[in-house]
Design a protein around this ligand. Sequence first.
Ligand code: PLP
Length: 447
Amino acid sequence: MNLRSLPSVDLLLQDAAVQEWVVEYGRRLTLEALRAVLEEVRASFPKESHIPDQGELLQRAALRLQAWTQPTLLPVINATGVILHTNLGRAPLSPSAMRATAEVGQGYSTLEFDLEKGRRGSRLLHAEALLTRITGAQAAVVVNNNAAAVLLALSALARRRGVVIARSQLVEIGGGFRVPDVMKQSGARRLEVGTTNRVHLSDYEAALEEKPALFLRAHRSNFRILGFTSEPTLAEVAEVAHAAGLPLMDDLGSGSLLDTARYGLGHEPTVQESLAQGADLVCFSGDKLLGGPQAGIVVGRADLVAKLKKHPLARAVRADKLCLAALSATLLHYLKDEAESAIPIWRMIAAPLDEIQARARRWAATLGRGEVIAGESTVGGGSLPGETLPTWLLALEIASPDRALARLRQAHPPVIARVQEERVALDARTVLEEQEEALLAALRDCL
Ligand SMILES: *Cc1c(COP(=O)(O)O)cnc(C)c1O
């Protein structure tokens, strides 16, 4: 055998399968794949003396085409029981949020167009009316995510000036978001008060000597401090700030609009409460407990929100039309008091235990194997640290559970599960109903 027996690209192009690739992937990419495979064979000769035949060459080219065109951002089935799983894209959107996104994305829209006046309008308008109606705030602005919201607010209100924050709130959220780092980026000077575990109202009062521009409270999001601790209420801190003529901003992180305590969880402070207790600005994420698209939302006093809207950074961190469409549709669920049934993450939080158990049992019956056992789901997304919801899991006894998890990750769509007590465990709470069939097919194939 020698390299002369290698077919030419022109010859390979005449193959019926290759002609189909030209239609599917385009001529340029198909040629690139064929040339790459031929080049690979030539380069490895004579070290690798085997010259592949045409069938093998085409097989290798097909693998390349698949690898080059396969999307890396894929839908997966979340059987982990973590409702707001940041690595899995946080909140799944409601059908009407998806419809709104598709309608606005497919064509032109009123993104920055005033229909009545027939001229330029503002994108900042779209979600604002809904947000103020739902929260009672005077004004609102939506940006790319909550990290951007905090950065924008601190830049617009406290650049080169002091921001008072308790040491116990200098949190790291994960994925590189650290409150002290964001403060630094904004150009604000950090005025830390209190100790790691305790902060008193007198600490806030003493900080006034430094002539700060703003008081900031940050939600602890992903940890709790227990034991010898104390912290004044938000209302008390607001009183000190307001007496000195200073605004108070509350970075709520998850920013729930509903009371989590109604679902057997701890109480997560709501946006409405934060405003009622005197926060002048409240910022939170769109894709955590709100259950919408990635976004950063700031609600509060009109004069402060106006400063944010006018700041040059606002343009750099603005929300896009798809986000605004999905966010508005999500907010509408709250306005119509249907959030609990219409927003997927709230449906998961509110799911009755016996319903979850019935689903897991149905899976076991369909598969003809596995045991339904009690377990725990978590909310995630920087809310309710350490809290869990009771749930039911389908537990499958498999010789090497870690390898089974790896196989499930190769399924179409991939299934993300966990191991509990040496078994593969699938939480029925976080699996979307429309994915159930695919889940069962994957389990049958992989296990
Ligand atoms: C999650 C979180 C953020 C960051 O929000 P993103 O929308 O992910 O950018 C900021 N602050 C707190 C307190 C958070 O919990």
